[in-house]
Design a protein around this ligand. Structure first.
Ligand code: GTP
Length: 234
C-alpha cells in the first residue's frame, strides 16, 4: 500500500498537481509493478482541499466530503499518468461515481492486484471524520498487504519538525506505540492503530528522492521492510 499525500503531488506549484512529480511517481510505481510487486495506492486530496482546515461555517462532515472528492481528481490523474507508462490500472472509489470509476469492492480489488493491475483508491473511506491515512491503513488491512509505504516530503520520522529545527533527529526504527506516546504525528492515531493491530509494517520515506519508492519496496537496510519481491503486495 502506497499512501501518497495530495500535497506531495503539488510539488513546487503550491496547488493542484505538478505534472513532473506525477510522472516521476508513475515511473517509479510502474517499475515496481513491472517487477511483479502488487501495488495499491491511496491518494490524499490536500493539494485541492483539506477538510480539517475549512473555514468557520462549513461543517466538518461537508468539508470532509469535499476533500474526498478532491482525492478522486488525484486518483484519475494518477491513473492517466500510470497508463502513460504502460501500467494497467483500475480506480475504485469509496463513494460511488460509477461513470468515472469502479465502486470499491474488496474482492474485485484483490483480483485486479493479482492480475498485476495497480489499484488506486479514491474518496478515502467514504465517511467523514477519517483521514486518507486511515483509509490507506484500512485498505491495507483489508487487502492483507505486506507493507504500508507512507510517502512524505521529508526523509523519515523526526523527533521534531526538521523544517523548523535543523537539529531534528531522524528515528531509524520505531514501535507503533512510540508514534502515539511521543506524539510524532507521522500518521494519525486511527491509522497507526490499524497498522499495529494488523501487524502491517510502516515505511516512511521521501517521495522526492528519485528511486525511493523502489528502495522502500525492496527493503533498503535503513528502511528495513519485507516487501519488494515478486508476488508481494504493497
Ligand atoms: P476482469 O474481470 O478481470 O477482466 O476486470 P476488468 O476490470 O477488466 O473487467 P470489466 O470488464 O469489469 O472492466 C473493464 C473496464 O471497465 C475497466 O477499465 C474497469 O475499470 C471499467 N469499469 C468496470 N466497472 C466500472 C464501473 O462501475 N464504472 C466505471 N466507470 N468503470 C468501470
Amino acid at each position: 500500500m502506497l499512501k501518497l499525500s495530495g500535497e506531495a503531488l503539488q510539488g513546487g506549484m503550491g496547488f493542484g498537481v505538478d505534472p513532473k512529480v506525477l510522472t516521476a511517481v508513475a515511473r517509479e510505481v510502474g517499475t515496481a509493478a513491472k517487477q511483479g510487486v502488487e501495488v495499491a495506492i491511496v491518494v490524499g486530496g490536500g493539494n485541492y482541499f483539506r477538510g480539517t482546515s475549512a473555514w468557520d461555517g462549513l461543517e466538518r462532515a461537508t468539508a470532509d466530503y469535499v476533500g474526498m472528492l478532491a482525492t478522486c481528481m488525484n486518483a484519475l490523474m494518477l491513473q492517466s499518468a500510470l497508463e502513460k507508462q504502460g501500467v494497467a490500472t483500475r480506480v475504485q472509489t469509496a463513494i460511488e461515481m460509477k461513470e468515472i470509476a469502479e465502486p470499491y469492492i474488496r474482492r474485485r480489488a484483490i483480483r485486479h492486484l493479482e492480475k498485476g493491475r495497480v489499484v488506486i483508491f479514491g474518496a478515502g473511506t467514504g465517511a467523514p471524520f477519517f483521514s486518507t491515512d486511515t483509509a490507506a491503513a484500512l485498505r491495507a488491512a483489508e487487502l492483507d498487504v505486506d507493507v504500508f509505504m507512507k510517502a512524505t516530503k521529508v526523509d523519515g520520522v523526526y523527533d521534531c519538525d526538521p523544517a523548523l529545527n535543523p537539529n531534528a533527529k531522524m528515528h531509524k526504527r520505531l514501535q507503533y506505540n512510540d508514534v502515539m506516546t511521543q506524539n510524532l504525528r507521522v500518521m494519525d492515531e486511527t491509522a497507526i492503530t490499524l497498522c499495529k493491530e494488523n501487524e502491517i509494517p510502516v515505511v516512511v520515506f521521501n517521495l522526492y528522492t528519485p528511486g525511493n519508492i523502489m528502495r522502500a519496496l525492496c527493503g533498503d537496510a535503513n528502511q528495513g521492510n519485507p516487501a519488494g519481491r515478486r508476488g508481494q503486495r504493497a
